[in-house]
Design a protein around this ligand. Structure first.
Ligand code: GCO
Ligand code: MG
Length: 403
């Protein structure tokens, strides 16, 4: 029997911080898993190095389900992003290994192809409405079928989602959390207007998305959703924090604007009521933060029963290993909705050589066995980890708000 011989944790910053797990079997087969938790990277690296790696060595890499149960139930402590991200990395690496052993790409192990390509949405932003319209048009010209639109709100410095210059959007950019002001009134006044302006200028023949980023109360979100119904959003994302799943019932009662939730949630129990009570339309949990391919498949299957579709998180803080795993899953599941996609920095792509390709606004998986990603640890070692934190939002009176 082949056994797990080695499991190594790499923490490096090629373009931004990533934590990567590589498992090697006694037959010399390797598998990769992403373990990046933005702003809390070292906690997951320690969870893996200090607590999971010693348990992995000598075990059967083929028993993916058993490993998941062993690590989840075996911890005794339930859920939580650090635990679930660590389990995700192990699970993803074992799927990669299983694919390589079988000589099949992972999507084949998940039941095979349900679609040719995976529709993605790009991130357009602007410091004002005109700049936003230009940016949406730029992505349309590049062939994207779906674009997320965020514009700066006047008098609210550092509004969520706005790219600085022409670079890649990167919110975790400082060594201590940057503090950004927030005004709900200014946002509610401004956002519906710029979304309407995008439609008025560019029309309706593409999907338009918007991320509220947990900033509103349920009632404010209900008002916002109602106000933008004529804009026909593909979704409004994270309209209110989701620890309280019940909160979405109020939003639902008032608006037909579709709702997407899940990027900050890490288990099926965190989305159980959202799904079974049809309080959302898209579930955005991801491979890296919600227990790997094994657990995410379980979430997606539950969602399918309630006509909830998938819309996995795919910002740049999710490594190309997560993106590849997501695209394999997206290719196979019947209830795929859309995949978030932001191109990584060139240096990130040089360290993680991935087979995933963008064509005509769709991501395509390759046919290499496993996930189709190679990790260049020598190149990665040239980019040491640097502490980087997400911003913190404060209301104009100085009190902390959800970022
Ligand atoms: C998105 C997200 C990101 C997150 C980031 C946190 O929809 O892509 O909201 O921008 O804020 O991934 O690490
Ligand atoms: Mg988001």
């Amino acid at each position: 029997m082949s056994t797990i011989e080695r499991a190594e944790v790499f923490v490096a910053s090629p373009g931004r911080n990533f934590v990567t797990l590589r498992i090697t079997t006694s037959d010399g087969v390797t598998g990769l898993g992403d373990a990046t938790l933005n702003g809390r990277e070292l906690a997951v690296a320690s969870y893996l190095r200090d607590h999971l790696v010693p348990l992995l060595v000598g075990r059967d890499p083929a028993r993916i389900e058993d490993m998941w149960q062993y690590l989840y139930r075996g911890a005794y402590w339930r859920r939580g992003p650090v635990t679930m991200t660590a389990i995700s990395a192990v699970d993803t690496a074992l799927w990669d290994i299983k694919g390589k052993v079988a000589g099949l790409p992972v999507y084949q192990l998940l039941g095979g192809r349900s679609r040719e390509g995976v529709m993605v949405y790009a991130h357009a932003s602007g410091t004002d409405t005109e700049a936003l319209i230009d940016d949406v048009q730029r992505f349309r010209d590049l062939g994207y079928r779906a674009v997320r639109a965020q514009a700066a709100v006047p008098d609210v410095g550092g509004t969520y989602g706005i790219r600085k210059g022409n670079g890649i959007y990167e919110p975790a950019s400082s060594s201590r959390p940057e503090e950004q002001p927030w005004s709900t009134e200014a946002y509610l006044d401004h956002a519906p207007r710029y979304l309407r302006a995008v439609r008025e200028r560019l029309g309706f023949d593409f999907h338009l998305l918007h991320d509220v980023h947990h900033r509103l109360t349920p009632l404010e979100a209900a008002r916002f959703g109602k106000e933008v119904e004529d804009v026909r959003l593909f979704w409004m994302e994270d309209p209110t924090p989701a620890e309280n799943q019940e909160a979405f019932r109020l939003i639902r009662q008032h608006t037909t604007t579709p709702i997407a939730v899940g990027e900050a949630l890490s288990s099926i129990w965190d989305v159980q009521h959202l799904i079974t009570e049809q309080l959302v339309d898209y579930v955005r949990t991801t491979v890296v933060h919600a227990g790997g391919i094994t657990h995410l498949r379980r979430i997606f299957d539950l969602a399918a029963l309630y006509q909830v579709r998938t819309g996995s998180h795919g910002a740049t803080d999710l490594s190309p290993v997560t993106l590849a795993a997501a695209v394999h899953l997206d290719t196979a599941v019947p209830n795929f909705g859309i995949q978030e996609y932001m191109a990584h920095a060139e240096v990130t792509d040089a360290v993680f050589r991935s087979e995933v390709r963008l064509e005509d606004g769709h991501l395509l998986v390759g046919e290499a066995p496993g996930l189709g990603v190679e990790y260049d640890e020598t190149l990665a070692a040239r980019y040491p980890y640097e502490p980087r934190y997400l911003p913190v939002a404060r209301r104009l009176d100085g009190s902390v708000h959800d970022w």
